[in-house]
Design a binder for this molecule. Structure first.
Ligand SMILES: [Zn+2]
Length: 193
């Protein structure tokens, strides 16, 4: 079986989908045994991205994931922007201070949301960027309207907000940028800059 490293793993969403309240990889993998075995890989490690406030991890969760070779980032998905409250930002700030949390993200812009929400997404992105520390990897989400695909992905507004909120170009040395080219997950491109 091939080995693999999943650099963008929504383990909380997977658990919800499988109706399993666990971050134990063996249990999660065991529940997917009906899958075509030719598609199976041995997961050597992963980056778990928590960006849904409803499933933010506890420090115990983060340490349990670490014991399985999974590092954690925390953020705010732009599709949740209109529901963000001061308490959500406080919680995000608290988690980013845990040394075990290695990055901020995903955060970003998602133009599949109604246009009236785009300004709020920019505000939430700017607020979240204010929490970025020098040791954090930044995981950015950038998705255009479905019909516009890659050319409609709001890369310029995204980088413009980042540029005005993050001091110094050197702060961009660790950045994972996700640009959605289509709704098919296998066409998601992953780049670093
Ligand atoms: Zn994601």
């Amino acid at each position: 079986m091939k080995g693999a490293f999943d650099s963008h793993f929504h383990i909380d969403r997977l658990g919800r989908e499988l109706r399993l309240a666990t971050y134990n990889l063996r249990e999660l993998q065991g529940s997917a045994q009906s899958m075509d075995q030719s598609n199976c890989v041995h997961l050597c490690g992963a980056v778990a991205n928590f960006c849904d406030p409803i499933t933010y991890p506890s420090l115990e969760d983060v340490n349990f994931l670490k014991s399985q070779g999974i590092v954690t980032t925390v953020g705010l998905h732009p599709r949740h922007a209109t529901g963000v409250r001061p308490a959500t930002v406080d919680k995000l700030q608290e988690m980013l201070q845990w040394p075990e949390v290695v990055g901020l993200g995903e955060i970003g812009l998602d133009h599949t949301a109604p246009m009236e929400e785009w300004a709020v997404q920019r505000d939430v992105l700017a607020t979240a960027l204010g929490l970025l520390g020098p040791r954090h990897v930044l995981v950015l989400h950038c998705r255009g309207r479905h019909e516009a695909r890659v050319f409609g992905a709001p890369r310029i507004p995204l980088l413009s907000v980042c540029g005005s909120c993050v001091k110094g170009a050197e702060d961009f040395r660790k950045c994972s940028l996700w640009i959605y080219q289509s709704r098919r997950k296998e066409e998601v491109y992953h780049g670093t800059c």
